[in-house]
Design a protein around this ligand. Structure first.
Ligand code: PEP
Ligand code: MN
Length: 335
């Protein structure tokens, strides 16, 4: 079992826990991180009640699991993640919209103005793109980051953009308000740690074959660096069916809500891969309790350099929002 100490627990409180473990005939190992100090006890049985009574003990957990800090046992209250004035995890769901990748000044400014008018709270756009083929468009790199920062300043929309490697974290973090860790990077542990150390809000996307336990384990890598600002994103998992690009695991949203205090948003664009399925998937995600949506939008999806099939036109995004607002209201929320 795992015993998690309070952040400010003293050495003598830790000694008290270790003494009690030894009295109970259990061997213990201690792991310290910026996020918390953990004591792991070998052997079967739950000494939770006894241990929770000791000074400095915050929570105890049993069972094989990859995450501690992301769990509801560690923190019952919902975490609110702030990006500028935008808050993830409150009653108001957050709309993030924008192109898959930043392609030009004209494109990113046109999209930003339009999505803002449709009610988006944040702008997205990739500058470093994880592409399946090395021969596909790889993104505009730092040029793209500069455009995002510029358009953010003009519109007041905070921006989120992907970071693919630990050595990009400082660069991307100097332009973006929130760092996205993409599906393909969910188990890039050095990247997760570097993102945690950056202190920036992190948008962590579920991998296409990531179990919920692994997803929360990845979140713990960031939290363990003392960065509490993690937003999870369900973006579809790979199943046998090829009618859609991925399969939106809509039930992962309430599953996560029970297991973790972190906000959870949904990405119906990558989950479906087809523009006409984005609105119904988005409606389902909001109905299931998602704390926000990430929607890909492009001025002319047929000309998009990346993910054009799933991109909504700005008019389609606008039209989608009416029913989404009604669904949010039906469950006591807004967007
Ligand atoms: C993206 O957001 O454009 C992206 C590449 O997403 P994912 O990592 O979910 O595939
Ligand atoms: Mn994309």
């Amino acid at each position: 079992m795992i015993i998690v100490l309070e952040r400010g627990a003293t050495e003598s409180q830790l000694d008290g826990v270790l003494r009690e473990a030894s009295l109970q005939g259990r061997s213990a190992s201690v792991t310290r991180s910026k996020g918390a100090t953990l004591v792991r006890l070998d052997g079967p049985g739950d000494l939770g009640e006894r241990m929770r009574g000791l000074p400095g003990v915050r929570a105890t957990m049993v069972g094989n699991r990859s995450y501690v800090l992301a769990s509801r046992e560690f923190q019952q209250a919902d975490t609110l993640v702030r990006v500028g004035d935008v808050v993830f995890g409150g009653t108001r769901a957050v709309l993030i919209a924008g192109p898959c990748s930043v392609e030009s000044r004209e494109q990113v400014f046109a999209v930003a103005r339009a999505v803002k008018a449709s009610g988006a709270h944040m702008l997205r756009g990739g500058a470093f793109k994880p592409r399946t083929s090395p021969w596909s468009f790889q993104g505009m790199g730092e040029e793209g980051l500069k455009l995002l920062a510029e358009v953010s300043k003009e519109t007041g929309l905070p921006v989120v953009t992907e970071v693919m490697s630990p050595d990009q974290v400082d660069l991307v973090g100097s332009y973006a308000d929130m760092l996205q860790i993409g599906s393909r990077s969910i188990q890039n542990f050095p990247l997760l740690r570097a993102a945690g150390r950056s202190g920036k809000p992190i948008l962590l996307k579920r991998g296409m074959a990531t179990e919920i336990d692994e997803f929360l384990g990845a979140a713990d890598y960031i939290l363990a660096e003392g960065n509490p600002n993690v937003v999870l994103c369900e973006r579809g998992i790979r199943t046998f069916d090829t009618a859609t690009r991925f399969t939106l695991d809509v039930v992962s949203i309430p599953v996560l809500e029970r297991l973790t205090h972190l906000p959870v948003i949904a990405d119906p664009s990558h989950a479906t891969g087809v523009a006409h399925l984005v609105a119904p998937a988005a409606r389902a995600a909001i109905a299931a309790g998602a704390d926000g949506l990430l929607i890909e939008t492009h001025p002319d999806p047929r000309e998009a350099l990346c993910d054009g099939r799933q991109a909504l036109t700005m008019a389609e995004l606008d039209a989608m929002m009416g029913p989404i607002r009604a669904i949010a209201a039906a469950i006591g929320r807004s967007i």
